[in-house]
Design a protein around this ligand. Structure first.
Ligand SMILES: NC(=O)c1ccc[n+]([C@@H]2O[C@H](COP(=O)([O-])OP(=O)(O)OC[C@H]3O[C@@H](n4cnc5c(N)ncnc54)[C@H](OP(=O)(O)O)[C@@H]3O)[C@@H](O)[C@H]2O)c1
Length: 496
């Protein structure tokens, strides 16, 4: 359905706006979700003109382009003509008056019905002041909808997240706040519910009676690149575990929603996170491992501490792995192993659901040590590969009744992947629709911090012995040992 709305993008000159927001808005325009009745105000301190802004927007669209030369396309030009630039320091109250006047003018010009989406593509310490000014300077309309989209990181811990939430809640109600976790916009993440609840063979086995353990890996092959400034204040635990990994866990462990609606899904996800055991400090140290990358085996790649912008004594972790447990009735006691890191052997996000061994092996086993058959594993490939794999045991084709493992594979083709809307496009589309299914609720964010804060505190009380893993490996030995002590192994190992 075609939408009528004014976007006000704070941080309109920034990286996120350029790489994600402008191309996503263009794709929505190409598809007709946005037509004549929309306008965008980009704001930041730089003194840009509207003409310059149009050029930037068209370049952003072109840089993202695939099929056509979008810079010169008439469509891109028409699209960019809906963009207005307002130089604005978010700390300056006067500027909000100018912003309101422009917003009201555009509302009338494009017939936007008072619908406004405020996109805070800026550092989180500005969120409170922006929200307060939007209210006090009456940018929030009393007709139409007002929606606030905010980016991660949502705080540094529960305390700062709560302060931030109190600040924005003074101007916006929870149902007006759209907290982006772009993993929730990914097709393969959204598909978890379909796989779990749309298949009897999966849903009937998705419980502690049949699942031995669940493994979640978000592996990156790149190092910190140009994000050292941010990364030095965050680290992998805050950057990846608090948000993306815990959101994935909530989708994997939630009970079945009665209907796939935003409110049902959110309630189930909140419950799921509340059921994750919050460790004591001692338990956190026993169950979580941190790492920081060193050089690669050939000494051609620098270690983390010698990257530009990092501290030479940095205690920041670039790798985390750990074991979490849910206390919900369906999966209680099933270990959930999580792992994320930079400079690992291969970029891959995947989930491996490992099923229990068959009760009794009636066949002659190929494994003389254990007389066990291979465990069935259901793998969900999230990115860059998207698809599924199921590991099964079948007869080996020989004269005697030998058993061999095979796998059934489904991978989306490049053409299929190209058709899937990019995460930001989906999420902006949802925000326009008022659909909050794939945004994080405050209760989810708060509970995720409770889980993570203890680990952070436990680590901060002890000095880490970094670097402790070779670039191009699968992380520190302690991460392998974490599973070995439970007589298990990581299923995904890109070093083999
Ligand atoms: N980039 C990504 O891919 C990405 C991914 C996930 C989350 N995020 C989050 O998104 C947010 C923005 O990230 P980013 O990478 O786009 O950052 P960025 O490139 O540093 O952009 C920051 C923006 O804030 C503006 N700004 C700074 N101080 C200002 C002030 N006092 N008044 C008005 N504008 C001001 C800057 O413009 P001027 O200098 O012209 O004022 C710029 O447009 C951050 O919270 C980040 O954590 C980014």
């Amino acid at each position: 359905m075609t939408q009528q709305a004014l976007f006000i993008i704070f941080g309109g000159t920034g990286d996120l706006a350029y790489r994600k927001l402008y191309p996503s808005l263009f794709r929505l325009y190409e598809k007709g979700y946005l037509k004549d009745n929309f306008a965008v105000i980009g704001t930041a301190r730089r003194p840009w003109t509207d003409d310059h802004y149009h050029e930037v927007v068209m370049n952003a669209v072109a840089d993202d382009g695939h099929e056509s030369d979008r810079t010169n396309s008439e469509l891109a030009r028409k699209f960019a003509s809906h963009f207005y630039y307002q130089s604005h320091n978010v700390n300056d109250t006067e500027h909000y008056v100018a912003l309101r006047n422009l917003a009201d003018k555009l509302d009338e010009k494009y017939d936007l019905q008072g619908n406004r989406i405020y996109y805070l593509a800026m550092a989180p310490w500005f969120f409170g002041t922006i929200a307060a000014h939007l209210k006090s300077e009456k940018l929030i309309t009393d007709h139409g909808y007002n929606r606030l989209i905010i980016e991660k990181p949502f705080g540094r811990d529960l305390k700062t997240a709560k302060e931030l939430n109190d600040d924005i809640s003074a101007a916006f109600s929870e149902d007006q706040i759209y907290r982006i976790d772009h993993y929730l916009g990914k097709e393969a993440i959204q598909s978890i519910a379909a796989l779990r609840f749309g298949n009897q063979i999966v849903s009937s086995l998705w419980n502690k009676e049949h699942i031995d353990n669940i493994q979640i890996t978000l592996a990156e092959s790149l190092g910190v690149e140009e994000r050292a400034g941010y990364y030095e204040t965050a680290g992998a635990l805050r950057d990846m575990v608090q948000n993306h990994i815990l959101q994935i866990i909530s989708l994997l462990t939630m009970e079945k929603p009665s209907k796939y609606t935003a409110s049902e899904l959110r309630d189930r996800k909140v419950e799921a996170l509340q059921n994750i055991k919050v460790y004591s400090k001692e338990e956190a140290l026993q169950n979580f491992v941190r790492g920081q990358y060193g050089e690669d085996a050939d000494h051609t790649q620098s270690d983390y501490r010698h990257e530009e912008g990092t501290d030479e004594q940095s205690q920041i972790e670039t790798f985390v792995s750990g074991k979490l447990e849910t206390e919900n009735k369906t999966l209680a006691g099933v270990p959930i192993y999580v792992r994320t890191g930079k400079r690992l052997a291969r970029k891959s996000t995947q989930i491996n659901v490992v099923f229990k061994n068959v009760d009794t092996n009636i066949f002659d086993s190929t494994d003389a040590d254990s007389n066990l058959l291979d465990q069935n594993v259901l793998t969900l490939y999230i990115e860059p590969d998207q698809g599924y794999r199921l590991d099964l045991n079948v007869k080996d084709g020989g004269q005697t009744y030998g058993i061999m493992p095979i796998h059934l594979d489904y991978h989306k083709t490049a053409a299929e992947k190209a058709k899937i809307p990019e995460a930001y496009e989906k999420l902006i589309h949802d925000a326009l629709d008022g659909n909050r299914t794939n945004f994080a609720h405050w209760h989810e964010v708060a509970q995720a911090w409770r889980i993570v804060d203890v680990i952070r505190e436990a680590w901060d009380s002890e000095k880490a012995d970094f670097p402790n893993y070779v670039s191009g490996s699968m992380g520190p030995q302690a991460s392998q040992d974490l599973l070995k002590r439970d007589h298990r192994n990581w299923i995904f190992d890109a070093t083999n």
